[in-house]
Design a protein around this ligand. Structure first.
Ligand code: SAH
Length: 337
């Protein structure tokens, strides 16, 4: 049986036509699900009994189960269990501009980045579209809030689950659904070039972030094996194309790891690599985890790094520290449980 939360409005319109009903029923169903937040087909009181019966036969409305919740200062972290028993995480960050939810896109991850907890569990499978949608619905229900921003930076590589991710974005962006503005959605990738090119063609107005973490191939390949397949020169060329064709800025994430990528030399190299690009760099203090030896860069290294980029006219910010006390870095809650 298909899960209703994985269906676009257009899918449902097609469905209703196929069972000999008017297509506007799709909008009614969407309103029940996403505006009135009903929990069962029986609540859809303006839809006739036999159609409800049919819906019940063809679709499930099952969600995900909360297994564990960790509360920090302005962060909450959720461990969810999927129907097949696999576990994933979502992280809620309360900002002054709204509530941002970081969601997972896969069970495990195959990117194998040396600093990341998620990759310690190999990818078991991709998340289905509905499994991404319900992360938002479930957190909204649990906290009685609305999510205004969604970042695809939880467990998994979004561009290794490309089709489902694009469909997910389409669903949450729909004005008849959760209605999260494209500019409030950010996809983060470790740099899978063919998918970046597909993403350009798809023309979605969502933000693109790239996990860079090193300014040269030697170091990047060491900490991010994906760089061997998609080295920096080609990655930068693809991103130049993205910037040119979409007229949008790229965000580069750079986690600051002590004695690995935080030397002044790295900052100069990074400035050179990014010179003149429509981009900005987010310096992220590394979140230490018990299973991996890396340490967070000392504050003075981060500030020095920041200054060098600034002096070289690169747009740069230091990420306000989120989630340090709730093991909020990618995959940590799952790994600890
Ligand atoms: N696979 C995608 C998205 C998931 S990871 C990607 O690579 O972009 C989301 C971000 O968290 C990435 O930038 C990743 O490098 C970073 N990250 C992973 N472990 C971290 C840790 N311990 N501390 C800080 N950031 C971490």
């Amino acid at each position: 049986m298909k899960n209703i939360y994985g269906k676009t409005l257009e899918d449902l319109e097609e469905y209703f036509l196929s069972i000999g009903e008017k297509k506007f029923k799709a909008i009614q169903v969407y309103e029940w699900i996403y505006k009135k937040r009903c929990n069962s087909f029986d609540e859809m009181s303006n839809i006739k009994k036999e159609v409800i019966q049919k819906l019940k036969q063809d679709f499930s409305m099952s969600r995900i189960k909360l297994v564990k919740k960790q509360i920090g200062n302005d962060t909450k972290k959720y461990l969810f269990e999927l129907e097949d028993g696999n576990k994933i995480e979502a992280v809620l960050m309360l900002h002054d501009y709204g509530n941002s939810l970081c969601i997972s896109t896969q069970v495990g991850c195959n990117m194998n980045c040396s600093f990341c907890e998620s990759g310690r569990l190999k990818k078991q499978r991709n998340l289905e579209v509905h499994e991404m949608v319900v992360q938002i619905l479930e957190v909204e229900r649990l906290e009685n809030i609305r999510i205004s921003h969604v970042v695809l930076m939880g467990i998994g590589e979004p561009f290794d689950n490309y089709e489902n991710v694009i469909k997910f974005i389409h669903i949450i962006n729909s004005g008849k659904g959760i209605d999260i503005g494209a500019r409030h959605i950010t996809v983060s990738t470790s740099g899978i070039i063919p998918k970046i090119k597909e993403f350009i063609k798809d023309g979605k107005q969502v933000n693109l972030a790239v996990s860079l973490h090193a300014p040269n191939d030697e170091l990047r390949s060491k900490i991010m094996p994906v760089n061997k397949a998609y080295p920096l020169k080609k990655l930068m060329a693809a991103l130049d194309q993205y910037i040119k064709e979409t007229n949008r800025r790229v965000t580069f994430e750079y986690i600051m790891i002590k004695d690995v990528n935080d030397a002044e030399k790295c900052a100069y190299e990074l400035s050179k690599l990014l010179k003149g690009k429509n981009c900005y760099v987010n310096l992220i203090p590394y979140n230490e985890t018990s299973h991996i030896e890396y340490q967070r860069s000392p504050k003075e290294n981060i500030l020095k790094f920041y200054d060098i980029l600034k002096k070289n006219k690169i747009n740069v910010t230091i990420r306000r520290e989120f989630g340090g006390n709730v093991s909020a870095a990618c995959g940590q809650l799952r790994a600890n449980s």
